[in-house]
Design a protein around this ligand. Structure first.
Ligand SMILES: Cc1cc2nc3c(=O)[nH]c(=O)nc-3n(C[C@H](O)[C@H](O)[C@H](O)COP(=O)(O)OP(=O)(O)OC[C@H]3O[C@@H](n4cnc5c(N)ncnc54)[C@H](O)[C@@H]3O)c2cc1C
Length: 323
């Protein structure tokens, strides 16, 4: 194998590098080609070069939401390390590769708050836009004012309405657009107040989220507004009282963890992959021995079991790459 002519001008393209260490799951085979882009220009050049070489492309941020196949990825993997940051009053412009936790910290240091709900969520700004990452009923999309994307072969400026943000969704989950830069607007807040609130949130998360390697919640929680569930039948299938059901669904979503708990799926294991006992929507790789195939089998098993016993068809929140 050799590096295609179209990629050679990028420099520093590596062949066959393992992707395990580029994901929080510690799972995944090799990238046919791997390139680290340190700026928006480098991102665009890499995307254009891959298109010219007719190679599939995969942009990776922190790899905290992606299951990479054991066979790896058969094209160009671009590590987004475009970490530019510019703060002008309450307007903040940052590169797609900046970690959201670093953004939160650096804005807090400048007396800016409003994204404390993102505290403890791993990952980069670009992926947070794409999947409208968030917690506590809020999403990163709410902060966005303008998003610069590489879309359809050109750089485009998108407004929040263009991105159609919804629960763990933006239009970029359907269109192959890559986030180059994001402009967000924050509010003036004392640094200590932001730090205190963020630390409280991280502590609450640490009580719920297992420390083992994972890619966060595997499935989207079920939106009660759109799911049209028969509550009585569901309570019967779950052997749960109406009170228990209402206590779990008070934010308008039915947590997948409640389903896996009631159906006795927590702790279930296939090979090295295990559905966490602590959080019933997170698959962990406790000994770092799980294969992507084992995780995919466990996902399929959970989906089938839940569909057969409740009629609910779960949808993945995570992304698959190389499958
Ligand atoms: C322990 C743990 C807890 C988590 N908790 C939460 C939570 O509370 N809320 C939540 O929303 N998520 C959570 N997640 C999931 C994850 O943190 C988010 O989905 C995060 O936004 C992923 O960022 P990333 O940079 O790691 O993306 P990656 O995993 O690298 O990529 C995810 C997807 O985004 C694409 N992508 C990456 N960069 C770009 C870009 N610049 N432009 C366009 N697309 C891009 C990738 O191609 C891929 O399809 C958790 C994950 C873990 C491991």
């Amino acid at each position: 194998m050799s590096i295609p002519r179209e990629l050679q001008s990028l420099g520093r393209v590596v062949e066959g590098a393992s992707l395990k260490d580029h994901t929080t799951f510690k799972i995944g085979g090799p990238a046919r080609f791997l390139y680290r882009a340190d700026s928006a220009d480098a991102m665009v050049q890499a995307l254009q070069a891959a298109a010219r070489a007719e190679l599939p492309q995969l942009v990776l941020g922190e790899g905290s939401n992606v299951l990479i196949a054991d066979a790896g990825f058969p094209g160009l993997v671009i590590l987004d390390r475009n970490t530019a940051l510019d703060i002008d009053g309450t307007t903040v412009t940052c590169g797609g590769g900046l970690k959201t936790m670093e953004l939160l910290q650096r804005c807090a240091d400048r007396g800016l708050g409003g994204m404390e709900f993102m505290a403890g969520i791993p990952g980069t700004v670009g992926a947070a836009v794409r999947g409208n990452a968030g917690a506590w009923g809020k999403g990163f999309g709410e902060l966005c004012n303008q998003v610069t994307c590489f879309l359809g072969g050109a750089v485009a400026q998108l407004r929040p309405a263009d991105l159609q943000f919804a629960y763990r969704y933006s239009i970029l989950r359907q269109k192959p657009g890559i986030v180059l830069a994001v402009k967000i607007v924050l509010a003036k807040r004392p640094a200590e107040q932001v730090a205190r609130e963020a630390a409280d949130i991280v502590q609450k998360r640490n009580e719920r989220i297992p420390p083992d390697p994972s890619i966060g919640s595997i499935f989207k929680n079920i939106d009660l507004k759109t799911a049209h569930l028969d509550e009585a039948k569901l309570c019967q299938a779950l052997d749960a009282t109406a009170e228990e059901f209402h206590a779990k669904t008070k934010f308008g979503k039915l947590p997948v963890g409640f389903l896996t708990e009631r159906l006795g799926l927590r702790g279930m294991r296939i090979g090295g992959a295990q559905l966490s006992k602590q959080h019933g929507n997170i698959i962990i790789n406790p000994e770092c021995t799980a294969t992507a195939d084992e995780v995919a089998q466990l996902i399929a098993f959970i989906k089938t079991r839940i569909r057969n016993q409740t009629g609910i068809q779960l949808q993945e929140e995570i992304q698959y790459a190389g499958f």
